[in-house]
Design a protein around this ligand. Structure first.
Ligand SMILES: Nc1ncnc2c1ncn2[C@@H]1O[C@H](COP(=O)(O)OP(=O)(O)O)[C@@H](O)[C@H]1O
Ligand SMILES: [Mg+2]
Length: 294
């Protein structure tokens, strides 16, 4: 396992002293420019712009149906954008061929909500699967690598169990071990703690932080859990109806005066609290909140 250089070492020259903790420091590993996405005739993402930096944990937040999963699927090149561009690890994924896409996917780890383990295989076999598919390594080397990753996720010694013998939280951990088996540069997680109780889900947050620190990965996490976002995020991007309402640190987010952000933070329905002026502008079709400053 090769830990990449620490963020601090890649701070841009002349970065202001005392820059807020969690502010971007590493090189940009993902650049999204004017991304527009549709499902059928419905516009889901509306000219999204975002940079994600090496070694940072970027949390994508927003209400249900706001486009979080759609956005993540585009970052992973699982969907083709209507327009705009997405650059991942220095390559424009829109112009990639099948072969290049295959190579890129090796550098990307994925831990999705539905990404359960195969029930007919042991935990160890599940975790080695990407190695079987992508490398010509011998069995013993793969087993050693699987054991190392199980250690990272606190499941050392569990390789011979079947998934049915694990608790819900342990299954998520094993899924993380599989997601990082190839030492990915970027790890994508969609609602990693969905369906878990608060204690288990908090432990999973700790694990995400530890994986980043141990492996220097860039991690993009979609969640609607505020507590989790506040704990793990270097920066948060708040999606709302396909627009980015906000991008910045947790501290900046909490200070935001934007009413819609505050509503989302307070989990109020906007109909209850919508400012009449904003409401009127909304009715007349003027876009709200775009580029809202913290
Ligand atoms: N595969 C799909 N086909 C058609 N519509 C979809 C599909 N996936 C998501 N949508 C729609 O796109 C919108 C955004 O969905 P999604 O990105 O899953 O939101 P979130 O993850 O924030 O809950 C929703 O209205 C959803 O119904
Ligand atoms: Mg989703």
């Amino acid at each position: 396992m090769t830990a990449t250089a620490k963020n601090e070492e890649q701070a841009p020259e002349g970065a202001p002293e005392g820059a807020p903790k969690g502010a971007p420091k590493g090189a940009e590993v993902i650049q999204v420019r004017d991304l527009v996405a549709h499902w059928g005739p419905r516009k889901i993402l509306n000219e999204i712009n975002l940079e994600i930096h090496e070694g940072e944990i970027m949390v994508i937040m927003g209400g249900s149906g706001s486009g979080k999963s759609t956005f993540l699927r585009h970052l992973m090149a699982l969907e083709r954008p209507t327009s705009g561009s997405i650059n991942v690890l220095g390559r424009d994924i829109g112009s990639m061929g099948v072969r290049e896409m295959f190579e890129l996917r090796k550098k990307i780890g994925v831990a999705f909500q539905g990404g359960a383990l195969f029930s007919s295989m042991t935990v160890g076999e599940n975790i080695m699967l990407p190695l079987h598919e992508n490398t010509g390594l011998d069995r013993m080397t793969m087993e050693i690598m699987a054991r190392m990753k199980l250690e990272v996720v606190d499941l050392a010694g569990f390789e011979n169990l079947m998934p049915s013998e694990l608790s819900g939280g342990m299954i998520k951990r094993a899924a993380f071990a599989r997601a990082i088996i190839m030492d990915p540069k970027i790890l994508f997680c969609d609602e990693p703690s969905a369906g878990l109780d608060p204690v288990v889900s908090s432990a999973l947050d700790d694990l995400i932080l530890r994986m980043r620190d141990a492996m220097g990965m860039t991690i993009v996490v979609v969640t609607h859990e505020l507590e989790s976002a506040f704990k793990i995020a270097d920066r948060i991007t708040m999606l709302d109806k396909g627009d980015i309402l906000f991008t910045g640190t947790v501290k900046e987010l909490k200070k935001s005066k934007n009413q819609r952000i505050q509503n989302l933070l307070n989990r109020q329905t906007e109909e209850d609290t919508l400012d009449p002026d904003e409401y009127l502008r909304r009715l007349t079709g003027e876009e709200l909140g775009k580029g809202a400053a913290p």
